[in-house]
Design a protein around this ligand. Sequence first.
Ligand code: NAD
Length: 351
Amino acid sequence: MTILVTGGAGFIGSNFVLDWLRQSDEPVINLDVLTYAGNLENLASLDGDARHTFVKGDICDRALIDSLLSTHKPRAIVHFAAESHVDRSISGPGAFMRTNVDGTFTLLEAARAYWGSLEGGAKAAFRFHHVSTDEVYGSLKPNDPPFAETNPYEPNSPYSASKAASDHLVRAWHHTYGLPVVTTNCSNNYGPYHFPEKLIPLMIVNALAGKPLPVYGDGQQIRDWLYVTDHCSGIRAVLAGGTLGETYNIGGWNEKANIDIVKTVCALLDELRPSAEGPYSRLITYVKDRPGHDRRYAIDARKIERDLGWRPAETFETGIRKTVQWYLDHPEWVARVQSGAYKEWVSKQYS
Ligand code: NAD
């Protein structure tokens, strides 16, 4: 048996591949086009491991996907590949429509043809697992209940609109063609290998460099945070036991205001790597808010907990400490990501 993972060189995808191969010997075919966010160095510990096959390629390339499916005959596709950064979606939405909408469409069509060619047990076992976000539900007011799977979709950014569109395509391919799909909508992830444009790694990296810690608006935007390997275990649980055609919200019941996240990171750095210049919180700098910035996201994770017995292993306190420590222990990873050196390495490997 084999699974096909898309976007497995990105933040969550690479954590998923590493976590999968720690828990099982089932091989992974990893299809990733290596945008700025894809980093094969995340998977360096798998060099020479026959269970991992990396394929540099685009999910919009139907011929490539057809050939991967017919060659490797995976029992599941776990679809992470996406453009994922909200700020980038505001300045350049085109890439988000192409990868998140067209790419998902291409993958669904290839999966439909492949699944149609399977028979018996292989056909019954096949799954298309679509990895999505809680941002499709829009923004909550302070006293609203957290997002349940039944909440209407109200995406507000080009990123969340493109992910909402992809979720709808996946749903339609199940209802119209019977494709065996499951979808997970997860809250904000954090942990190792997170590209330093996102809030938590940006704060760690800037603080260590003595640079300003930019906080949008009043910093009171609330997000629900989940340690990345807990997202991975949620995906495994849904892939193994989720009901076909259903969606599952994954979250850690950890609502935090952005400013409190930044202060927590500063306090951990003060403890683990004190600065001669004084507390890192001195670097906090409020900047103009992002247009259309959603105020609050929160996940009601009761369905996956009740139906599949999933629970996160980390609390926010244990997860954020591990994360800060990981960045302190891997300055060379940060330096190479920032310098683009790993891109040069990849272009030599795959040119
Ligand atoms: P990421 O940006 O770190 O990684 C995305 C990966 O997809 C990269 O390796 C990139 O090279 C690859 N990719 C992009 N376009 C591609 C294409 N056309 N063909 C093949 N590969 C392509 O993103 P992430 O944070 O790891 O998110 C992964 C998935 O999880 C996304 O679908 C995202 O919407 C979803 N998600 C993310 C979060 C979060 O907090 N980061 C939360 C919930 C859901």
